[in-house]
Design a binder for this molecule. Structure first.
Ligand SMILES: C[S@@+](CC[C@H](N)C(=O)[O-])C[C@H]1O[C@@H](n2cnc3c(N)ncnc32)[C@H](O)[C@@H]1O
Length: 290
């Protein structure tokens, strides 16, 4: 039996009795509110959630899996649904913890206010723009090609943050010294740049999963591993507990496991949990620690 299979629990009722004493390394199939109620205070270092976006659609994947995002009670129902879950997550995060909430421009303004309310505007870290090229365009407005990820610390200044570097410098006339370090020659001497590249900003260009990507599980709203890798690298350390309470196909959990973090997941859909479990069983190699 693989590790993930040993730790799967399916319960849509009271998850108190099914959670391990050791919080991490398990996926629970339940409403996340009941699952979170069973977890101890300050037990998680990093939470990423990708909840429904209020798209008012039912999406189907090529292999027939359905994902329903309809809200009869409109925005008030959506806000109430999320508010109560953000309150629960706040209790679960350690002082050094961070939350990432992945939404899109349809609801991001509502979600930001909910986060301000519970986490405090003073703990706001970033509004990340995940920019991609997939999908159609409209003749009536600019192409909508980004999602919004809101990032809040539990306690600003105490939170874990590892600066990320990627890409190339845009500065003209960069030279490299004998050790390969980039610099610009100025009248005052050499101005050195970090050899690992410029610091990552709040606009992330990461491709959406292509239809033929090997990462594809068939789950309709699956996110790319590269997105989660950057988040986990920036806001956690090896050995930390990373949780995703709307885990879908288990992207966060698979990446956390591969990066040497402890992982904890929940999804209300049995189909999603089955996919996540089989995916975790396939994560064998430990690469990219740090
Ligand atoms: C946008 S998808 C997450 C996709 C995921 N990030 C991935 O990469 O596959 C949102 C998920 O939230 C789940 N969900 C919605 N309401 C939930 C609830 N109350 N408790 C647990 N899961 C819920 C849905 O079943 C769905 O799988």
């Amino acid at each position: 039996m693989n590790e993930a299979k040993a730790n799967i629990h399916c319960s849509s009722h009271d998850s108190n009795h099914v959670l391990h004493e050791n919080v991490a390394e398990q996926i629970v199939c339940a409403d996340n509110l009941s699952m979170m109620a069973a977890l101890p205070d300050a037990s998680i270092d990093l939470v990423y959630i990708d909840p429904p976006f209020m798209t008012n659609t039912t999406r189907s994947s090529s292999n027939g899996q359905k994902y329903d995002d309809r809200w009869a009670g409109g925005i008030d129902e959506y806000r109430a649904f999320l508010r109560i879950r953000l309150v629960a997550i706040h209790r679960l995060l350690r002082e050094s913890g961070t939350i990432y909430v992945h939404v899109d421009p349809r609801v991001s303004h509502h979600v930001r206010l909910l986060l301000d309310e519970k986490f405090g505007a003073e703990n706001f870290l970033n509004e990340l723009i995940w920019s991609y090229r997939t999908g159609g365009i409209s003749k009536k407005w600019f192409g909508r090609k980004h999602d919004t990820i809101l990032v809040y610390a539990k306690a600003l200044g105490k939170h874990t943050f590892n600066i990320q570097r990627d890409g190339a410098y845009r500065t003209d006339g960069l030279k490299h010294d004998e050790t390969g370090r980039p610099f610009k020659q100025t009248t005052k001497g050499r101005l050195y740049f970090n050899a690992d590249g410029p610091a990552v900003t709040d606009v992330w260009e990461i491709p959406f999963l292509s239809t033929v990507s090997l990462e594809r599980t068939g789950y309709p709203t699956q996110k790319p591993e590269a997105l989660l890798e950057r988040i986990i690298r920036a806001s956690s350390r090896p050995g930390d507990v990373v949780a995703d309470f709307f885990c879908g196909s288990g992207t966060t959990l698979a990446v956390a496991k591969r990066m040497g973090r402890k992982w904890l997941g929940c999804d209300a859909s049995e189909e999603a949990v089955k996919i996540a479990v089989s995916r975790l069983g396939r994560v064998e190699t430990m690469v990219g620690l740090g």
